[in-house]
Each structure stands twice: as structure tokens, then as C-alpha cells.
Design a protein around this ligand. Structure first.
Ligand SMILES: [Zn+2]
Length: 387
């Protein structure tokens, strides 16, 4: 191409680049985005293609833009064949959407979902009847309820984690069955993901499981106390920390938990902020400390689950009810969590200054409020009360 010819093509190329950037931005999956950009780069370096466009005398840039905007976008290249995955999303809130997932088939032994998730039902407990899920309004502490859970708490079973190797198949399977039988016996979680990535339902989704104990979480509008009655429990089989300080989740577990999270969020319209780990929500009312349970205190793969890094959220138990943390909790977590802890400390200080009170007095008042609410929640017939 001569210099003159090149200069003639510069404006449309700018338009191409703008369109490509726009379409790339609309692709959520990083791999799909990368593939699209690679194909676009190949298109640009294809001079016969550009000559063809030129010979067609496409000079009107707005028409070109429109035409390109309507072209199917090649997302996955399989040699000469192009596949465009069908994606339908559920919008949950502003900037918060999730893949739409639905049930494809159901038998006595399993359920299959549209995202490839398979739920095993061999250890599922029978339905005893639905119970409402409870939340409290932040503005006036009013109690509200709905028939769907508000969030998910991720756990580890804290069971023996053998090396994940082929030679251990028999022992891994045996341990997995033992864990499931125990979880079933004590109704510990709604779902367990074994080390091979199989997803086992244990407690029905519309009934409480004994997974969170004393716990606190909050989103922008509501807070949650004793999350057994408001959040689902999903547990990874294994230890929260091995000898090296890592959480030995397998790739299969992480993959399966993403599929399960997408199903639960899609089905119950659960916002991303309310997908958190047990260490983030667990509290000890005896000493007003957070992090009583420390499973997934660090290393939870939020990004791989299609979730924002919720470790950064200042613990609501500190801000709303004056809970504090001790050095061991700080040691058990990492920098991502510390930022949230520091932010919670700062926010309390700001509130104390604005209320013309001391930090000690503010924490005392907030703790009193928690005690009052805690006593109410503990009343056996409270779950039957309306708002
Ligand atoms: Zn736990």
C-alpha cells in the first residue's frame, strides 16, 4: 500500500479499532475477550480483506460502523468453524448479573443443569417443609422475611485432606463418603463439594442448615443475624489450611463451586456482595470478637467464582455491633482482609466523632444493641413471628 493509500484508510481503521474496543468491552469472559481481540488483529493484518473492502468502495464511516455492529462476533475459533456460545444472563442489581441457569433433568439420583452442573442426591435429606429466610432493615431494624435465601456462606469441612493423587483414589473416596454421612447426620450444610468436584445436596435449599452459628453480615439495605436462617451453606471437602498455610481446594472443586454459585445466584437472585466465607461472618458473642470460625479466612477464589473480592468489605459485625478482632485473626487472614479491618476501625472512629462520643462508648452501645437483638433471635418461637 502506498503512503497515500494508507492515509486514506486511517480513518476507517480508527473506526474499526473503536468498534472492536467496544465489542471487546461487552465480552465478560476474559478468554472470549482475548480470542476476539486476536481474531480482530488477524482481520486487520489481512491485506486482501482490506483491499476487498476498499474495492467495495465503503466510504461512509457511519454505515460501516452500523454494518460492523451488526456482524456476528467470532468468539470461539475451532479452525475454520466459528462457534458462538449462547449466553443468557440474569440481572440481579446494578452492575451485578449472573449466567441464567435452569434445570434440564431430574431423577432420583441426580439433577442436571443448563451450565453443566450435576447435583448428586444420594445423601440428600427429605424435605420437612419450607421455612422463611429472615433479614433486618438497616434503617429501623424492622424484621422482614422471604421464601428465598439472601446469600451464600462458603465453608471447608475441616476433614482430613489426603494428597490429591491417583494412588489415593480409594482412600479419597472412602473419606468423602464419611464426610457426607457426618454432614447429613448433623444437617451441617446445604451442599458439599467433594475433592473430585462432585456436588452433593444434603439439606434442602428451603430449610435451615446448621452451618453458620453466631454470625453477622450486611449489605447496603439489610443486615443478617445467625445466618443459618438467611444464607445457604456450601462447603468444600477438606482443610481450610494445610501445613503450608494454603487451602488445598482442587481445581475440580473450584470449577464445580462456580457452577453451583451461578445456579444459586440465578435461582434465588442472590447479590454478589452476599457471597462470603465463614471467617468473614463468624462472631463470638462471649468476647465480642469476629472470626470465631476461620474457614476460608484467606485464599477464597472469589475471582474464579465470578465474584468481586468480598474480602475487602469491612466486617459488618464491627461497624454495626462493635465487634473487634484479635491479633490471631489478623494473622490468619491476609492483606486483602486487613484493608477491610482497617476501614472498619476508621469508620467507627468517624462515627464516634460525628456522634460526639468516645470509641469505647460507641462500641459499648453497639454491643448492647447486638445483645438485645441476639436475645430476641434466640427465642425459640421467634421464627414464627411476623414483622
Ligand atoms: Zn464453616
Amino acid at each position: 500500500m502506498t503512503e497515500l493509500e494508507e492515509s486514506r484508510w486511517r480513518p476507517p481503521q480508527r473506526v474499526f479499532a473503536a468498534v472492536i474496543a467496544w465489542r471487546a468491552d461487552s465480552l465478560v469472559e476474559p478468554v472470549a475477550k482475548l480470542r476476539f481481540l486476536r481474531r480482530s488483529a488477524a482481520f486487520f493484518s489481512n491485506r486482501p480483506m482490506i483491499r476487498a473492502l476498499r474495492s467495495a468502495q465503503v466510504r461512509h464511516f457511519s454505515a460501516l460502523l452500523l454494518a460492523l455492529g451488526l456482524l456476528p462476533i467470532p468468539i470461539v475459533s475451532d479452525g475454520a468453524r466459528l462457534i458462538r456460545p449462547v449466553i443468557s444472563r440474569v440481572v440481579i442489581g446494578q452492575g451485578d448479573e449472573v449466567l441464567r441457569v435452569w434445570q434440564v433433568e431430574s431423577s432420583e439420583a441426580h439433577e442436571l443443569y443448563s451450565n453443566g452442573l450435576r447435583i448428586e442426591k444420594k445423601y440428600a435429606l427429605p424435605d420437612h417443609g419450607a421455612e422463611p429466610f429472615v433479614q433486618y432493615r438497616r434503617t429501623d431494624d424492622a424484621r422482614e422475611q422471604r421464601s428465598a435465601p439472601f446469600g451464600i456462606v462458603f465453608h471447608t469441612t475441616e476433614s482430613h485432606a489426603l494428597p490429591f493423587e491417583e494412588t489415593q483414589n480409594r482412600a479419597l473416596r472412602r473419606i468423602g463418603v464419611g464426610v457426607l454421612q457426618y454432614v447429613r447426620q448433623i444437617r451441617a450444610y446445604h451442599y458439599v463439594i467433594d475433592r473430585f468436584g462432585r456436588v452433593w445436596r444434603v439439606v434442602p435449599e428451603d430449610e435451615p442448615a446448621h452451618h453458620a452459628g453466631n454470625s453477622v453480615w450486611a449489605d447496603e439495605s439489610h443486615y443478617y443475624l445467625n445466618l443459618n436462617s438467611s444464607f445457604l451453606g456450601v462447603s468444600f471437602e477438606g482443610l481450610s489450611r494445610d501445613e503450608s498455610g494454603q487451602t488445598p481446594a482442587t481445581a475440580a472443586q473450584i470449577h464445580a463451586s462456580r457452577l453451583l454459585t451461578d445456579l444459586l445466584r440465578s435461582r434465588h437472585r442472590i447479590i454478589a456482595r452476599n457471597c462470603v466465607t465463614h471467617a468473614q461472618v463468624s462472631v463470638n458473642p462471649e468476647n465480642m470478637g469476629i472470626g470465631y470460625h476461620t474457614d476460608w479466612a484467606a485464599n477464597f477464589p472469589f475471582e474464579q467464582m465470578g465474584l468481586p473480592d468480598n474480602y475487602r468489605i469491612p466486617p459488618p459485625a464491627m461497624i454495626l455491633f462493635g465487634f473487634q478482632y484479635d491479633p490471631s485473626f489478623r494473622a490468619a487472614t491476609g492483606e486483602r482482609v486487613w484493608r477491610g479491618l482497617d476501614e472498619a476501625d476508621l469508620e467507627l472512629q468517624r462515627t464516634a466523632v460525628a456522634s460526639r462520643t468516645s470509641l469505647v462508648n460507641l462500641r459499648r452501645d453497639l454491643a448492647q444493641k447486638y445483645r438485645h437483638l441476639y436475645d430476641k433471635v434466640k427465642q425459640p418461637d421467634f421464627s414464627q413471628e411476623g414483622n
